[in-house]
Design a protein around this ligand. Structure first.
Ligand code: ATP
Ligand code: MG
Length: 568
């Protein structure tokens, strides 16, 4: 490709609304342009990368035996009524109505559509197991679309759905998808981690996420510093930090804590450690309010809390007014003694003694509180977020935290969808049996951003070899006027093109400095600078985008040298 025949529009300025580096660089390099909130156009340059991501995924999915297909993006509302998922997806669903007043959603995911396909198409166990996939545009009306294509509303996903007669067969394909995802991300040259995950609105019994590790990642990942254990913080088990409850030593007493509303304020005022305090949070329950209690220095896990059968979903904290009506004090003074609602405490809290909590009286706290003697809890369960330094739940080492970008999520769904939609097959005894199902998503467009997030420097993108829009850039100085520069460049261009290298020749009439910094921004891995002065000395200059030091290469040997670099 010659830049004169390509579309290359780079920008010097960092766009104002781009918070993270991948978004900034994708705009500056001209890979994407915003059309509206969470809607992006992929330019020819950006699309080349998107296609490379797609192709690697496609090759590895095919190699796993999965079958590519294509389902409609627009889905009839009735299908979603069959599974009852309209509520689960809530505002994320983009609804539309046709001229006959029939209602549809633009698909955010395709479990319903594939199950509808399979219940008609797959009737015998002899057709199983089978794994279908597609690469397609999805729409989710995200509350906060941001970070460019990282969290957009319209995006491209690879989604696969497998069907089985038995849970063992499902487990087998699920493991195959785990290794397939691992191969895909390794081929892309990304640093990633597979972690235990919460299954969210998709449901099912177990799931794992694949995270590209980057400081800007929206997810927190907990991993053991010595073992295998790794989990999204939403899912990470938080063990009790106190082995046994000590016997009470302190008297119960009430202290005034005027105007002290937060745990920090109260701890400072009473000159105690936050670890001696508990935090009581009131949320809406199935039958009236429920109190959730975590240690002062811990955070409630909203995901774990929302999974409690007693708690209403989505999780909803009581408003100040409701708290006043129920308890008679402000939110900061709620405590566990004489609280008139079910009290669910975290595992660590259950083993605390001589602790401090609100007195259920405006501006007052209780010290020396002890379970059984002064208050009772209804239930003890893991409801806090794990944090760095906690013992790893598998008993090996302690937990550390990293940030990750979720690029893939694999699920064992079991019979959730097949039961709801009556997708059955006949087994070898001729009896109807509900299908077992798995589903496997991968964020194609998000992967492009994630790759940049992990591979860049102050001057621009540093593409991993497998994703670069072009492998080699030929950067001639004075191409328009110098006969020898033009001849050398054209010959090299031809040679590389002939052997199938993705090469871009910059034949624009621009200043050398401009050209060089443009290609730093674009992140093309191998760059050859061709100028009269070096040609007179019999060589050209080579720089690798990652290392950036210039190397003199004998003019006659540059093609071989590049082939070596590209391991062709
Ligand atoms: P997230 O927690 O980031 O919202 P999710 O759990 O909703 O993701 P899935 O339903 O598992 O995502 O979808 C499969 C994959 O699609 C995700 O792993 C992610 O890579 C990608 N994806 C999901 N939502 C978006 C989005 N708004 N923009 C870009 N990619 C997305
Ligand atoms: Mg989501």
């Amino acid at each position: 490709m010659r830049t004169s025949q390509f579309h290359l529009v780079t920008r010097k300025e960092t766009p104002q609304d781009a918070e993270i580096i991948s978004h900034q660089l994708m705009i500056r390099a001209g890979m994407i342009r915003k059309l509206g909130a969470g809607l992006y156009t992929w330019s020819p340059l950006g699309y080349r990368v998107l296609r490379k991501v797609e192709q690697i995924i496609r090759e590895e999915m095919n190699a796993s035996g999965a079958l590519e297909m294509l389902m409609p993006a627009v889905q009839p509302k009735e299908l979603w009524q069959e599974t009852g998922r309209i509520e689960d997806f809530g505002g994320q669903l983009l609804a539309m109505t046709d001229r006959a007043e029939r209602e549809y959603f633009f698909g955010p995911t395709h479990e319903e559509v594939i199950t509808e396909f399979v219940r008609d198409e797959v009737t015998s166990y002899k057709q199983l197991p089978i794994n279908f996939y597609q690469i397609q545009t999805k729409f989710r009306d995200e509350i906060r679309p941001r970070f460019g294509v990282m969290r957009s509303r319209e995006f491209i996903m690879k989604d696969a759905y497998s069907f089985h007669l038995s849970a063992e067969s499902l487990e087998e394909t699920y493991r195959l998808m785990e290794t397939t995802y691992t191969t895909i991300l390794a081929r892309m040259g990304l640093h990633f981690r597979c972690v235990l995950a919460d299954s969210g609105a998709i449901g099912g019994s177990g799931s794992q996420e694949f995270h590209v590790l980057a400081d800007s990642g929206e997810d927190a990942i907990m991993y053991s510093d010595s073992g295998e254990y790794a989990a999204n913080i939403e899912k990470c088990e938080a063990v009790s930090l106190i082995a046994d409850r000590a016997v009470p030593t302190a008297e119960l007493s009430e202290v005034a804590t005027p105007g002290k509303k937060t745990i920090e304020d109260v701890a400072e005022f009473l000159k105690i450690d936050q670890k001696q305090m508990v935090k009581t949070l009131l949320v809406a329950g199935i039958d009236g309010p429920v109190a959730l209690v975590v240690r002062g220095d811990h955070h409630l896990s909203e995901v774990k809390a929302a999974h409690l059968p007693e708690v209403a979903t989505p999780l909803c904290f009581l408003e100040e007014q409701e708290v006043r009506k129920l308890v008679g004090c402000d939110v900061g003074s709620i405590g566990v003694k004489d609280l008139n609602c079910p009290i669910i405490v975290d595992l660590t809290v259950a083993n605390m003694s001589d602790f401090v909590c609100g007195a259920n009286k405006e501006g007052h706290h209780l010290t020396g509180v002890n379970w059984q003697r002064d208050a009772e809890f209804t239930q003890q369960v893991d409801i806090r977020e794990a944090q760095e330094g906690d013992p790893s739940p598998d008993g090996k080492g302690t937990l550390k935290q990293a940030r990750g970008i979720e690029v893939g999520h694999i699920f064992q769904l079991g019979d959730k969808y097949s039961k709801a939609m009556n997708a059955v097959v006949l087994n070898d005894k001729g009896q109807a049996q509900a299908l077992q199902m798995g589903c496997y998503g991968m964020g194609v467009s998000r992967l492009v951003a994630a790759a940049i997030e992990q591979n860049h420097d102050d001057n621009g993108i540093i593409w991993p070899a497998a994703l670069a829009p072009f492998q080699v850039a030929l950067l001639p100085m004075n191409y328009q006027k110098s006969v020898q520069v033009k001849k050398t460049t054209d010959e090299l261009y031809q040679k590389l093109t002939d052997i199938g290298v993705d090469v871009i020749l910059d034949d624009r009439k621009v200043r050398p400095g401009f050209m060089l910094s443009d290609f730093e921004l674009l992140g093309i891995p191998h760059q050859v600078i061709i100028g009269d002065r070096s040609l007179d000395e019999g060589h050209v200059e080579y720089r690798h985008r990652k290392k950036m030091d210039k190397q003199k290469i004998e003019h006659a040997k540059i093609a071989d040298f590049l082939q070596q670099q590209l391991s062709l």
